[in-house]
Ligand binder design. Structure first.
Ligand code: SAM
Length: 275
C-alpha cells in the first residue's frame, strides 16, 4: 500500500495546519456567522451530502461520526435530534467543532473525542451505535482497514454504516493527471494525494474502485454504492467566493453533467449494514 509508512503525526499536522473547509467563509473564524456560512457553502458545493447523511432519519438514535472535521455534519445530526459521538485526530478541527456545538446550544447532544480512528477503541467506550458515519476520512489515514476493524466493534445487527471514500475512476483523477502529471504520472498514488485537497500536500489519500471498496468493507452487507460529485467551478473565482464554472462545464447541458457526476464523480458513497 502506498502510504502505510506515513505517521499519524503527519496526518494530524496536515489537518491542524488547515482544517477541512476552514476557508468556506470570510467571517471571523469561530463566530456564528462564520459557521452559518461554512454550512451554506459546503452544502451548496456538495449538495449530495444532506441526501446521503439523511440527518432527520437519525432522530433519537445513537450516531458515531468518524473524522468530524470542524463539525458541519456533526451539528446537523445533533440538530435533527441524534445522540452524537464525534471523533477527530486534528485538535484544531475538534476545537472548532466543539465551539460550533456551544454556539448553537448543542454541546449536551455531542460527545467529542480526540482520537485516531485506527485505534478508536483505546479512547471511545465500546457500545453499539445505530448509525456510523464517516465522510471523506478513511481514505486519509495510513491504514483504512484498521479503521474498518475498529468500526465493527461499535456495530450490532441494527447498525447502518455510511462512508464516503474517494473514487478511483473519477474525473478529478484525470484532471490531476492532465494538470500536474507530466513529470510524475508513474507515481499516480502520490500525485493524487498531493493534489486531492484544497491545501496541497495531503500525506495520505487513497482512491478506490468499487471492488476495492467492497474488499475494504468485507463483513458488511453493502446496501447501496453510488458515485457523485464533480467540482465544476473555476478555482481562482471560487477562492473569492464566486461560483463561475470552468468553460468546459459552463456549456454542458445539466443532464449531461449529472450523468458525468454519477459515473465519474469523486465521491464513492456507500451505505452498508453489519451482518
Ligand atoms: C476531508 S476532512 C473531512 C472532515 C469532515 N468529515 C467533513 O466532511 O467536513 C478529513 C478529516 O479526517 C480526519 N482524519 C484523518 N485521519 C484520521 C484518523 N486516523 N482519525 C481521526 N480522524 C482522521 C482529518 O483530521 C480531517 O479532519
Amino acid at each position: 500500500m502506498a502510504f502505510e509508512n506515513v505517521s499519524i503525526e503527519k496526518i494530524k499536522g496536515f489537518w491542524d495546519r488547515r482544517p477541512c473547509n476552514i476557508r468556506h467563509s470570510e467571517a471571523k473564524v469561530g463566530t456564528k456567522k462564520y459557521f452559518d456560512q461554512v454550512e451554506e457553502r459546503k452544502y451548496f458545493v456538495e449538495p449530495h451530502i444532506p441526501d446521503f447523511a439523511r440527518f432527520s432519519k437519525w432522530k433519537g438514535k445513537k450516531v458515531l461520526e468518524i473524522g468530524c472535521g470542524i463539525g458541519t455534519d456533526t451539528i446537523n445530526f445533533a440538530r435533527a435530534g441524534a445522540k452524537v459521538t464525534a471523533i477527530e485526530i486534528s485538535q484544531k478541527s475538534l476545537d472548532l467543532a466543539k465551539k460550533r456545538a456551544k454556539i448553537f446550544g448543542l454541546q449536551n447532544k455531542i460527545k467529542f473525542y480526540l482520537a485516531n480512528a485506527e485505534e478508536l477503541s483505546k479512547i471511545v467506550p465500546i457500545e453499539p451505535y445505530e448509525f456510523i458515519y464517516s465522510f471523506g476520512v478513511i481514505h486519509h489515514t495510513p491504514h483504512p482497514e484498521k479503521v474498518i476493524k475498529e468500526v465493527k466493534k461499535y456495530c450490532n445487527q441494527n447498525t447502518t454504516v455510511k462512508i464516503m471514500i474517494y473514487y478511483r475512476y473519477a474525473w478529478k483523477v484525470l484532471w490531476i493527471l492532465l494538470k500536474f502529471g507530466e513529470s510524475a504520472f508513474w507515481n499516480l498514488d502520490r500525485l493524487i494525494a498531493k493534489h486531492s485537497e484544497a491545501a496541497t500536500g495531503s500525506p495520505v489519500t487513497y482512491v478506490y474502485s468499487k471492488d476495492q471498496a467492497r474488499k475494504l468493507l468485507k463483513g458488511f452487507k453493502i446496501l447501496d454504492m453510488r458515485i457523485d460529485h464533480i467540482f465544476p467551478y473555476s478555482i481562482p473565482e471560487y477562492k473569492r467566493y464566486q461560483y463561475k464554472k470552468v468553460w468546459y462545464f459552463r456549456y454542458l447541458p445539466k443532464e449531461f453533467f449529472r450523468r458525468l457526476e454519477t459515473h465519474f464523480g469523486w465521491h464513492l458513497l456507500i451505505t452498508a449494514e453489519y451482518k
